[in-house]
Design a protein. Sequence first.
Length: 337
Amino acid sequence: MADKPSVLISGFADEAANHKTAVEQFSAFAALGLQYYSIRFIDVGGGIKNVTKLTKTEISKVRHLQSEYGLNVSSIGSPIGKVKLQDVDDGTKNRYIPFKKYLAKDVTHVCEVAHAFETKLIRGFSFYPPKDADPREYLPQAVDQLGQIAEACHRSDLTFGLEVEANLVGQTGDLLAELYRQVDHPAMMLIFDAANITVQGYSTAEVFQQYEAMRDGIGWIHVKDYLRPQVSRVGGHVDEDALTRFVPADIGDGGYAAVLRDFKTYLPKLEAKLKRRGIPGVFLDLEPHVKGGGQFGGFSGPDGMGVALRGLRRVLDFVEIDYHLTDFEDVCVARGF
């Protein structure tokens, strides 16, 4: 019998920690049997910081601690691309930074951080158009800037993942697919996230259509789902801080079973493509938000992360995709048995 296609399970470890300390994050993930984590917000004694704000000393401390818990970084959970395209007051708190400065400083720095954590993947976004504007009007500018980011990552032997999310230029699968097509760069891939589409008012069938639109560009998947979005129409601005119905992948409206059943047929080819770029496999990255989420992060707690992992495992078992968690044999090897 042929081996089943397989994935690597990772997650945003800050979601599992009540106080976002490194020890809390790593203890929770090790106990869940995970070997990879995406690093976003973390406290190693100097207060909670985004990974891009850590000092060299703090990075060294994080790396030492993660080794103690048998963990490796799957991706950098950077906020790259979550800034305005235009310097206009649109009633939001989103920042505007001149792109030349942004590319030279912020993008260059996040590449350095990725190297410091020995990961090949950087999560990012597609920039904010003015609030309530038609995002298609801003495709040319977003394409130009994302192309330069992808090239900067490519020169650093890294891969930039563009996540679908409300309010950005790439707020739907269709728009993200168009960005991918026009940028046309080997260092830029797409990140599917069912909840980020569902919260905009899309039905389960429509979420699958959005997944299909971006499927050829997907490099990895963020796993969170949403139940009964409280919106009256598709499109328009989404108040991300008001979203309260995030759920595990096996009970939401995002249709992860259908998505992953289809995605399974693409896994062998995608895994080979990623490994040519030095990436160990196809990551499913838990970002469940089951106790709340917002524009720049979310929270699940150690218990909520466990619930979310079990929900994802049920879906993977159902669609017959393989995965590995730490078991007794691994523990024996670590003890020298």
